[in-house]
Design a protein around this ligand. Structure first.
Ligand SMILES: Cc1cc2nc3c(=O)[nH]c(=O)nc-3n(C[C@H](O)[C@H](O)[C@H](O)COP(=O)(O)O)c2cc1C
Length: 190
């Protein structure tokens, strides 16, 4: 028996993206974004509320980076989604994290997160009361410790986290259970 739950953003899992920017004054800010995803092979779209410091920074510098939050840094990742650079002037410094300038875009790379997309802004547009920012991923930086022997990101080593917006909770990504485009292929042979 199914029950109606009403209109909900009922997608699970949601990502836990760490969007890092520079302010006009060069100050680093990092924000937690669950409403973001790949929207073309080299594009990522972020849904931002209009008052975010991150949005101001993106408008000013036309660039951002997006890192994948991992279990090891979950406390800080959550903090980046709780405090705002609009009011907390030492938001980034409080974490003790380290930032270096991206070699490709005008945005910081946060050293503690293992995988980072370096993005230049393509489009900023109003979208249903919020703002949709679309960026081109010009490069991906990955720590060697999360790569497999072929140089690809190994999700088993990454320990990325997922967001459950039904209950405002984080989940671990667990272990691999099957190969995509393979486990379903036996039904093709019927
Ligand atoms: C798990 C989680 C997911 C979030 N996802 C979003 C999001 O997709 N878009 C958004 O505008 N705010 C989102 N937030 C809230 C912002 O991260 C939060 O308002 C943050 O303080 C903004 O920082 P800033 O003002 O320094 O940019 C999320 C917060 C958490 C904890």
């Amino acid at each position: 028996m199914k029950k109606d739950l009403g209109s909900l953003p009922a997608v699970f899992p949601m990502p836990v993206l760490m969007v890092a920017t520079y302010g006009e004054d060069g100050k680093v800010d990092v924000m937690n974004v669950a409403w973001g995803n790949i929207c073309a092979m080299d594009k990522i779209a972020l849904n931002l509320a209009t008052d975010r410091k991150t949005l101001k920074n993106i408008r000013a510098r036309k660039a951002f980076t997006v890192a994948l939050a991992d279990e090891e840094h979950l406390k800080e990742a959550d903090f980046f989604g709780t405090a705002s650079g609009n009011v907390m002037t030492d938001k980034f410094e409080r974490t003790g994290f380290h930032a270096v300038k991206s070699a490709h875009v005008d945005a910081p790379v946060i050293e503690e997160f293992p995988v980072t997309m370096e993005c230049k802004v393509e489009e900023i547009r109003d979208s249903f009361g919020e703002v949709k920012v679309t960026g081109t991923i010009v490069n991906v930086l990955a720590d060697e410790k999360v790569l497999d022997e072929k140089g690809k990101v190994d999700a088993g080593k990454l320990h990325a986290v997922m967001f459950d917006q039904f209950n405002n909770a984080y989940y671990s990504t667990g272990s691999k259970i099957a190969d995509a485009w393979r486990i379903g292929s036996e039904l093709m042979k019927k």
